[in-house]
Ligand binder design. Structure first.
Ligand code: NAP
Ligand code: F7E
Length: 336
């Protein structure tokens, strides 16, 4: 009998990659979708007929209880969150309700319905915030710098607490930034790849950015979802940092992305103070030695490979949309 997995946040970037990965492993995949989804179904369309989608909301305890009762999954991957840091400054309470308390709601449902369900919590390097040491590992203390980071720190500790209190197989994956062509366009890597493609195709002339000195440890989402699954296949649950161990600045990212299409970034990029955050995380770099040793996990895609993949995907997508628009215009002219 196939193992059943429930993914909250299946309409997000990681949800799409994880669903595909689990289907490849022979899982029966179920996804939780908010009736008021903001991400929409663009990423889940390709899963049609292969993954089953169900309506529920992390803000609504009974909807989660009902869902677990219906599906009775063997594994739950809690990827749903309000995950954009600037929005968390604007909506700190909504972020706390979803990104922090939402974790407890899922854990409570597991405790009530079936405490043998294995649980993965999508924790974040944003918990390290104003870093206490470099690189950061599972023992590094937290100093979150945004309502999002604070909410994720709560989610991490409640996961540890349910493991220690109720013996639930609960793992916290402390994932550093991971990106892909499916990344939301509000995040800096995709904002850059989309703008570079538009500039190259003559559709845009400027790209406005905030803190270009910020440094991140960026990896490929496809590599990172594999680590989530690996954590739940262990004999004992634990917490793991997932990262490449290499950091780059936003400036490096921009330079590389423009160079990939033969352009000089300095002619197109402007800084905009309105894009600065009330408090930013200036540097992050992870030490994934534990994951490498215990899970046998290692990233496969390099930073340069990731940037090229994202710019090429946006170039292809935008050029395709342009061709479609032109051919539709042609149809309309013929009709007139
Ligand atoms: P994402 O693209 O922003 O996806 C977030 C998902 O959460 C969406 O499917 C969204 O669905 C859903 N969601 C939001 N509020 C919800 C609610 N109240 N109830 C149910 N679903 C809700 O994020 P991602 O990049 O895939 O990241 C996945 C998880 O990993 C998130 O928890 C994120 O915080 C965490 N994380 C991400 C990274 C990274 O670099 N990508 C690193 C560390 C940790 P709708 O809006 O469509 O309803
Ligand atoms: O910003 C700087 C910005 O929004 C990265 C989420 O997935 O990863 C993500 O959070 C850096 C920051 O990601 C712009 O100030 C400069 O220092 O792409 P980001 P993030 O805030 O690191 C973590 C691990 C998560 O868990 C989160 O869910 O880039 N930056 N100029 C900019 N950032 C954005 N978005 N837009 C700019 O124009």
């Amino acid at each position: 009998m196939a193992r059943r997995a429930l993914i909250t946040g299946i309409t997000g970037q990681d949800g799409a990659y994880l669903a595909e990965f689990l289907l490849g492993k022979g899982y029966e995949v179920h996804g939780m979708v908010r009736p008021t989804t903001t991400a929409g179904f663009e990423r889940t369309d390709r899963l049609r007929g292969r993954a089953q989608l169900h309506q529920a909301d992390l803000l609504d305890q009974l909807s989660i209880v009902t869902l677990l009762t219906e599906i009775r999954p063997h594994e739950v991957y809690n990827l749903a969150a309000q995950s954009f840091v600037p929005t968390s400054f604007m909506l700190p309470l909504q972020t706390a309700e979803c990104t922090a308390l939402g974790v407890t709601r899922v854990l409570e449902a597991i405790r009530l319905i079936d405490p043998t369900i294995r649980f993965y919590q999508a924790s974040s390097s944003e918990m390290f915030g104003r870093v206490k040491e470099e690189p950061q590992n599972e023992e590094t203390g937290f100093w979150p710098r945004s309502p999002y980071g604070v909410a994720k720190a709560y989610g991490h500790w409640i996961t540890v607490n349910y493991r220690e209190s109720y013996n639930i197989f609960a793992c916290s994956g402390i994932l550093f930034n991971h990106e892909s062509p499916l990344r939301g366009k509000e995040f800096v890597t995709r904002k850059v790849s989309d703008a570079v493609a538009r500039i190259k195709l003559g559709l845009l002339d400027k790209l406005k950015l905030g803190n270009v000195d910020a440094q991140r440890d960026w990896g490929f989402a496809g590599d990172y979802v594999e680590a989530m699954w690996m954590m739940l296949q262990q004999d004992t649950p634990g917490d793991f940092v997932i990262a490449t161990g290499i950091k780059h600045s936003v400036r490096d990212l921009v330079e590389l992305a423009f160079r990939h299409v033969g352009l000089d970034w300095q002619q197109y990029v402007e800084t905009d103070p309105t894009l600065l955050r009330p408090a930013d995380v200036n540097t992050l770099c992870g030490d994934a030695s534990k994951a490498r040793a215990q899970l046998g996990w290692a990233p496969k895609v390099s930073f340069a490979g990731l940037v090229a993949m994202m710019v090429d995907a946006d170039l292809e997508r935008i050029a395709r949309d342009l061709r479609r628009e032109k051919s539709e215009e042609g149809w309309h002219r013929d009709d007139a």
